[in-house]
Design a protein around this ligand. Structure first.
Ligand code: SAM
Length: 353
């Protein structure tokens, strides 16, 4: 354990010093992707993750040091144009980040990432009942993949809300191109979506409420627009293990690279749209890691009465319940992992009496 922490610290500081140069930026991206992939945390079950991490961090720290040596030899060092993230408004960073990443994906990627959601819902027996004939609102819809799935699964009406105009435009473009009905997207925030009280049967929030400034206000907003007994499909990250620490180290040390440049580099390196979306999120988004208990408390405070954790396996890379069951080191790796919940709004006190 201590060796891993020391290596993580060293890796962080080497990362910080190396990514000040334009040329190193390219190498850095490769290195980080390598670290991410190489950790094998996702793949290897029942093996001590600290040993894997130490090995990987030693390798990549050495690699980054070599980059510096080569640069100094050839006199290549330049300023990478650092962006100051101290004290920034996190929602401003996210506005730029998600406006750049979600609209990039093409039809094929959209179909692929929709298929993941279909599979997850099917594995949890939710395909036929969650959305059928329901009015559905999607909070922080991004490129709209979840909304499209709800539409395909028979929702009566779907509205996707996102604070980023570029996302909304790209989602509406698919609606138009495919001639879909009963689905639309518009700009709005998760704190004040502008829809009437108690007007929806189902809300979705997939990967949003762990990156916002005021999650409690967002849960309250979900409850406000849901009818009594309405349900929220929620995916949020709870406090994690090594993966969170690794991500925090990376974000702390390379988060100041210009996002657009990073995106271009990943494209040049030939990553798929889906990988680019995941990696840039990993590099730049401000995640909040709180305990599952705190997330449950927020939901209850907002007025959700019943909370159900999805138990069936989703995708191989989910850090969820099934991994906690199958891997004796999963606490170390994932902490409490990703929470995928279906929560039900209770009846208000006034209505009960
Ligand atoms: C990780 S993406 C998830 C997108 C989508 N839910 C999905 O699963 O494909 C997070 C999304 O939340 C949006 N978002 C972040 N903060 C928001 C806010 N305060 N109000 C509305 N949308 C927000 C971002 O623009 C981005 O599209």
């Amino acid at each position: 354990m201590p060796e891993y922490y020391d290596k993580l610290k060293e890796f962080g500081s080497v990362l910080k010093s190396e990514c000040r140069s334009v040329w190193a930026e390219e190498c850095l991206m490769i290195a980080i992707c390598g670290v991410y992939a190489d950790f094998e945390i996702y793949k290897v079950q029942n093996a001590d993750p600290h040993i894997l991490c130490t090995k990987s961090l030693v390798f990549w720290t050495e690699y980054l040091k070599r980059v510096r040596d080569v640069e100094q030899y050839y006199g290549l060092k330049k300023d990478a144009g650092a962006v100051d993230r101290d004290g920034v408004d996190i929602e401003k960073v996210h506005l730029e980040l998600y406006g750049e990443v979600w609209p990039i994906f093409g039809k094929e990627t959209l179909e692929g990432i929709k298929a993941i959601i279909h599979k997850r819902l099917k594995n949890n027996n939710l395909s036929h009942e969650l959305f059928k004939d329901k009015d559905v609102i999607d909070f922080g819809c991004g490129g709209g993949r979840f909304s499209f799935v709800a539409n395909e699964l028979g929702a009566k009406k779907v509205l996707g809300i996102d604070f980023n105009e570029k996302n909304v435009d790209s989602a509406n473009k698919w609606v138009k191109e495919d001639g879909l009905s009963g689905i639309s997207f518009r700009v709005g925030t998760v704190y004040d979506c502008g829809e009437p009280d108690e007007s929806y049967d189902v809300a979705i929030s997939n990967g949003v409420f762990h990156i916002i400034k005021d999650p409690q206000a967002a849960y309250n907003e979900c409850v406000r627009v849901l009818k009594d007994g309405g349900r929220l499909f929620l995916y949020v990250e709870a406090r994690g293990g090594i993966i969170n620490e690794l991500q925090s180290t990376i974000v702390e040390n390379i988060g100041h690279l210009p996002q657009r440049r990073a995106l271009e580099i990943l494209k040049l390196l030939g990553f798929t749209d889906n990988s680019i979306i995941n990696l840039t999120d990993f590099f730049f988004a401000f995640y909040e890691y709180v305990s599952a208990e705190e997330i449950y408390n927020r939901l209850k405070r907002a007025g959700f009465a019943h909370i159900e954790e999805l138990k069936a396996k989703g995708m191989d890379y989910d850090h969820g319940y099934y991994q906690r069951k199958n891997d004796s080191y999963s606490e170390h790796k994932y902490g409490e992992g990703q929470l995928r919940l279906v929560v039900t709004k209770g009846m208000s006190k006034e209505k009960r009496t």
